[in-house]
Design a binder for this molecule. Structure first.
Ligand SMILES: O=P(O)(O)O[C@H]1O[C@H](CO)[C@@H](O)[C@H]1O
Ligand code: HPA
Length: 294
């Protein structure tokens, strides 16, 4: 059962130490690539990359569009680590496994986490191909106790009862909007609320209508656990959703979604997302007190 598995401090440390023995890079920024967004890694210079299957303690990616590689490199003067493929609860991973890399990154000295995902839109103003800067999330699995922080709290990482009210950094959200304007994609970009559902099935029409009534702008099957764990251990977080489809809310129009369509929109919009993330990284002010000691 999800909440029973615990990962010890030593296990995270072992993975962090192994990675630091294999690469000279000391990342300040971690980037998680959503479905079809693996090309975000392509912009990194002087790459060192590792298959997840070669990294001690790392889970494996099983989803198409998630290559399963950890890539270190330089992006516009910042050292980054990029997950080309994330872990989802529906793959059968425990929530602490899906979020395992986050604490490893913290131990390696990362200051800022950038999460990206593919998501379905419930908002009239968000069309496929649009970019939603995540203002906040609704963690549906978390609300019913499926939370990566369940179980004994490790005080070395953070508080037993961490606040989540400011988990998507306001300054980074404003900066991203400013960059979107400068890059001429402001018309495609707006803020919104992301909801995580468990998946792997897409929503029924009744579920979609419920989410819409609750004020959700976009829905996906990831991200919230990563952000909860990152916020718990003091990482600054920026998140964006690439809107890959409209979620069907009508019994009449026969609209439907599939994973191949999700990946296709990722490919079509890869450049815009890549440019936004690269410019954001270049303009990040890094807190150099982040020495990774936890
Ligand atoms: O959230 P990411 O990993 O981008 O993937 C999204 O795309 C997949 C569905 O097509 C689901 O895994 C959903 O969560
Ligand atoms: O419509 C969706 N629902 C849930 N997850 C998703 N990921 C991409 N699109 C969707």
């Amino acid at each position: 059962m999800h909440s029973k598995e615990q990962i010890s401090h030593d296990e995270y440390q072992k993975t962090a130490d192994w990675l630091m023995s294999q690469t000279q890079h000391r990342p300040q920024v971690a980037i998680i690539c959503g479905s079809g967004l693996g090309m975000l890694c392509d912009t990194l210079k002087c790459q060192d990359s590792f298959a997840y299957s070669d990294i001690p303690g790392f889970p494996q990616s099983t989803v198409q569009g998630h290559a399963g590689r950890l890539v270190f490199g330089e992006l516009k003067g910042k050292t980054c680590v990029c997950m080309q493929g994330r872990f989802h609860m529906y793959e059968g991973h425990s929530l602490c496994k899906t979020t395992f890399p986050i604490r490893v990154f913290k131990m390696m000295g990362v200051d800022t986490l950038i999460v990206t995902n593919a998501a379905g839109s419930l908002a009239d103003g968000l069309q496929p191909g649009d970019i939603m800067i995540i203002k906040d999330h609704v963690n549906f699995p978390g609300l019913v106790g499926l939370n990566p922080l369940s179980g004994p709290n490790d005080d070395k990482f953070g508080l037993r009862f961490p606040a989540m009210s400011g988990c998507y950094d306001r300054g980074l959200r404003c900066l991203a909007m400013e960059i979107a304007k400068q890059q001429g994609v402001a018309g495609l970009t707006r803020e919104g609320v992301y909801a995580m559902v468990g998946g792997p099935n897409f929503e029924t029409i009744a579920e979609a209508r419920l989410l819409h009534r609750l004020g959700v702008d976009a829905v996906g099957m990831s991200t919230a656990p990563e952000v909860v764990v990152a916020t718990h251990c003091g990482l600054r977080v920026f998140g964006l959703s690439l809107i890959t489809n409209k979620v069907a809310t009508s019994y009449e129009d026969g609209e439907s979604v599939d994973h191949e369509g999700v990946l296709e929109v990722g490919r079509l919009r890869s450049l815009a997302v890549q440019q936004l993330v690269a410019e954001l990284v270049s303009r990040l002010e890094i807190n150099n007190n982040s020495d990774g000691a936890v």
